[in-house]
Design a protein around this ligand. Structure first.
Ligand SMILES: [Zn+2]
Ligand SMILES: [Zn+2]
Ligand SMILES: [Zn+2]
Ligand SMILES: [Zn+2]
Ligand SMILES: [Zn+2]
Ligand SMILES: [Zn+2]
Length: 440
């Protein structure tokens, strides 16, 4: 079926009423039923078949005649539908009676749909090519089927959405699906393609769609070839809807966030991967830190947060206040300081991450240094100068000993050419203990 077309609707002069969408759906459905009974009339394009409805006499207000039918049980309805179909074929083409019968058929079909318990013939869950399809309850008519690219009329058609990759399709289209669920790709292939648009050329693709193998060419004959900026490959218009997405390779290498055209399955894959922390920036492109200042700022904030973490996991109050959960949607920030998700990078470039992370950093520091006695007690006195305020490892003017985690003023630490006094003390104590053991 074609896209909803207001011109078509107004051409039909329907009375504006609350059942407008329902009526429209019925008309579209009607053309399908009619096509079913008279296939020879509908050999042309889909648009043609819906234009056809204009000739079916539907401009008249047949829908406001309630109770034209009394058929009440399913068997009776089914029989009536068959008789209606037969009658349509027998009646003279374009006659008023034929048009009326088509409308009757719509009523019967809708009535049957209403009466049938949908649970009865359509299971709620279906698994197919690793998709986990769940039956939709929504009657919204604005969805498009990912298989046949036509509208899903939620009111009269059963449809499913994959709970993994959000692929949605008509129940009738389900057995035609050839695309496996990209959710499984996300779990088997959790690393991005990091070459920018790695094209191999249409010839190497055999002039066929990289996904469904439909013949394609750049001249549009027999069908248009569309390139996916993520895979670099070419696709047919059924597999590539000119959706756009931010491409990780362009972000990593060029710090470029312009959305690019991608095929359907890349779009889904990229959406599912969006918040997964799979990019180890300092390995893929360490140079990025040299010219993207915001990255340096974020790295410092993340390192500080990791230094604050030991305070929180040993502080009852902090645990009760669920402080660390403030990073809930970026759990990897509590685990390491070098893995990034594409969403992190997008938010860094827009400035959003810097704002929210600075705020969290302030809240955390306030708990440790001001609000909580228990955490405050775990501060350090600089053992090199033995002067000044209590120090914390995440304070900006401090240095931390790698071996014993003691904290010093940065200036004191750099001036100090000998070893860390705390480490030295611990070595002494160890030697004493060992000699004690020997003496004993
Ligand atoms: Zn479909
Ligand atoms: Zn799926
Ligand atoms: Zn294709
Ligand atoms: Zn505390
Ligand atoms: Zn000092
Ligand atoms: Zn030390």
């Amino acid at each position: 079926m074609c896209e909803p077309d207001t011109r078509l609707i107004s051409g039909l002069c329907f009375p504006i009423c609350s059942r407008f969408e329902e009526l429209y759906a019925s008309i579209m459905f009607c053309s399908e039923i009619y096509a079913e009974s008279r296939p020879e009339l509908f050999s042309g394009t889909r648009t043609h078949s819906s234009d056809r409805t204009m000739d079916l006499g539907l401009a008249e207000d047949h829908f406001s005649r309630p109770g034209s039918f009394v058929a009440s049980d399913i068997e009776q309805l089914k029989r009536a539908i068959e008789e209606c179909k037969k009658l349509i074929l027998e009646l003279p083409e374009h006659s008023e009676r034929q048009k009326d019968t088509v409308v009757k058929l719509i009523h019967l079909r809708l009535k049957l749909q209403e009466l049938k318990d949908p649970e009865e013939d359509e299971p709620n869950l279906r698994t197919l090519l690793e998709h986990r399809f769940s039956k939709e309850k929504s009657k919204s008519v604005k969805q498009t089927c990912d298989k046949c690219s036509t509208i899903i009329w939620g009111l009269i058609q059963t449809w499913y959405t994959c709970t993994g990759c959000y692929y949605r399709c008509h129940s009738k289209c389900m057995n035609l699906i050839i695309k496996p669920c990209v959710r499984s790709k996300v779990s088997h292939q959790s690393a991005y393609e990091l070459s920018i648009c790695p094209e191999i050329g249409l010839d190497r693709q055999d002039y066929r769609c990289a996904e469904c193998r439909t013949p394609i060419s750049l001249r549009g004959v027999p069908s248009e070839a569309r390139q996916c900026d993520y895979t670099g490959q070419y696709y047919c218009s059924t597999c590539h809807w000119n959706d756009t997405a931010i491409v990780p390779a362009r972000v990593i290498h060029n710090w470029e966030f312009e959305p690019r055209k991608v095929c359907r399955s890349s779009m889904r894959y990229l959406a599912l991967m969006m918040s997964r922390p799979v990019l180890r920036l300092k390995e893929i492109n360490p140079l990025l830190f040299n010219f993207v200042e915001e990255l340096v700022e974020i790295r410092k904030l993340r390192q500080d947060i990791l230094l604050m973490k030991p305070y929180f996991i040993t502080c009852k109050e902090a645990m009760e206040a669920r402080l660390l959960l403030q990073l809930q949607d970026r759990q990897h920030f509590v685990e390491n300081d070098d893995m990034y998700s594409l969403q992190d990078l997008i938010d860094i470039s827009s400035g959003r991450l810097s704002c929210s992370l600075t705020e969290i950093h302030t809240t955390f520091a306030k708990h440790i240094k001001l609000d909580c006695d228990r955490c405050q007690a775990k501060g350090f006195v600089c053992e090199l100068c033995k002067e000044g305020d209590i120090l914390f490892p995440f304070d900006s003017h401090t240095s931390v000993c790698y071996d014993c985690s003691a904290v010093f003023h940065r200036d004191c630490y750099y001036d100090n050419s000998t070893t860390c006094p705390r480490c030295a003390r611990m070595t002494d104590r160890k030697q004493d203990d060992e000699s004690d053991v020997k003496d004993a």
